[in-house]
Design a protein around this ligand. Sequence first.
Ligand SMILES: [Zn+2]
Length: 270
Amino acid sequence: MAEGHAVARWGDALRQVVGERVTTIKVPPRWSERAEQIRGAVLTRVETHGKHLVLHFSSGLVIHTHAMQYGSWQVGPIGQELRKEARFARLRLTTGRHEVVFFHGPVMEVLSLDDFAAHERFQSLGPDLLHDDFPVSRVFDALQQQGQREIGDAVLDQRIVAGIGNIYKSEGLFLAAIHPLRPAADVSVSELEVFFGELIPLMQTGRFHYGMTVTLPEDLRLEPWMRNWVYRRRGQPCFVCATPIEMFRQGEFQRTTYFCSHCQPFDRCA
Ligand SMILES: [Zn+2]
């Protein structure tokens, strides 16, 4: 699943190709006319924001992508062995040295700079927690405005904060001892500081170490399949207090939320 850290990692891989000239490009027929203007252009910049990834080209066009649940990127030398079947590629481009492939991603569009500037979904994104200047206070203000909306739902809203996916949501709330059903406006700025203080280094680690999303410290990982504090651990004992982990579904999209009712009390004074 593509969370912000995976997208940031793909961004790092794609930055190897910045400065190189595109020699071939294959996109779905809907975009092929515009993509002609990318052939011969130089990749000038790779931008990641939350789960969005944007490639900028010297001809003034951008390729905007969102991996959703299933999309993934592969960057390697020309002639590399593809990790997935070529027919699943939404975008395939080569330069003199590299081949770049975007598999399965549902959102892949070739836009002019004007279109991109007016792109509602991208331009309305909240601050990206993996950017250096991430402002917790701005997220706190946005959450205050959410009123009674449950915090476990609100932190997945990319307009409030960009980059948190479903695994990190449950793990971050657990580490900050925040019950996922608490109203967003009830969460204090110091609780949010703990939430992001725990989550950001975990996501940075996820960003730089290939593979699965691991949040559990090494000394608690008694088995290789033990990866998370609460995520997908319904009914198993909490690593801190041994209370069975609970799961329920939350928000418009009914995303699964895992939590420990003892470590994350609903009433902070309890
Ligand atoms: Zn517990």
